[in-house]
Design a binder for this molecule. Sequence first.
Ligand code: ADP
Length: 364
Amino acid sequence: MAEVKLINVCKVYEGNVLAVDKVNIDVKDREFVVLVGPSGCGKSTTLRMIAGLEDISSGELYIDGKLVNDVPPKDRDIAMVFQNYALYPHMTVYENMAFGLKIRKFPKEEIDQRVKEAAKILDIEELLDRKPKALSGGQRQRVAVGRAIVRKPKVFLFDEPLSNLDAKLRVQMRAEISGLHNKLKATMIYVTHDQVEALTMADKIVVMKLGVIQQIGAPLELYNEPRNKFVAGFIGSPPMNFMEVKIEKKADGLYVNEGSFDIMLPEAISKALAPYAGQNVTMGIRPEDVTFSAKPVAGKTIDGTVSVVEPLGSETHVFINTGKNQFVGKIEPSVTVVVDGKISLIPNMAKAKFFDLKTELAIR
Ligand code: ADP
């Protein structure tokens, strides 16, 4: 069992910098929780407070039901993997992995057994005699993870562990860490600024901005039901398109008017937006929620001029200027589009999101 609970945790750095503001997180036993958000949002500070590397200014931190605010890092039974791996350059891989156990005075045989077992799990048995400088980035990362595994901690903490790897290796290591989580059945808390890592690895994602949690939920929950404009824009790539639109009531129903287009809302959405009739709101449409239309259709299409075309093989991203807004759409690669040409896209309005202009909270 290893649960981690943060209750109203705050961090105020010297100079009155409020880095983490009343954070509440419940990490269940064996859960993989990812803290994600842009640089400076307080995710590393939160992780470092769990590790005991930063003092908690106020609030409570429990590991397995025990209040650990004042428990030193070495007694918290956690292991942390850092972005820069923090390997000892003068030690071999074996010695690097054994070091933490050695200083905790584990018997030699047990150290040997644990190091070999971890090396097997990580497929680095051939590298045990090498020094870090003779390893690739991915191998170093595995050694850093190995050093955490040998400790058999209650909780694994990862601070942007894949940031220093190239794109291809990142994808591979992502899958390896997920696999490791399944194999070890351990509680893991993972910090990243990369929403793709969050979506692909997490059981539960915590989205942060300016020290404040914006939303906590399963990956698809955040994608399908973002609580506010920030989460909607942060999760998904390319990001959701936002446009200020006016909600207009006409004889046959509610419409959104962007200035360059006027689209009727399906009935299911109309109910939630009826109170906004006559007012402006922010509409969000994901690039993937459009289909190509051979010609403009009044009341149905978003029309504009193509400014950029990005053919990715499996799909094409088109950047469109509606005259009022920039809009990105994902379309079939078989459709021919040319820069400066006209294009029309039919948004799937059943999937459109709407946000209050001032509070930025989701209306639906
Ligand atoms: P993230 O990991 O999301 O990039 P951090 O947790 O590192 O964010 O930082 C959160 C905020 O706290 C930032 O505004 C950062 O400048 C500030 N901060 C981080 N470390 C310190 C420090 N040692 N002293 C003062 N401010 C800090």
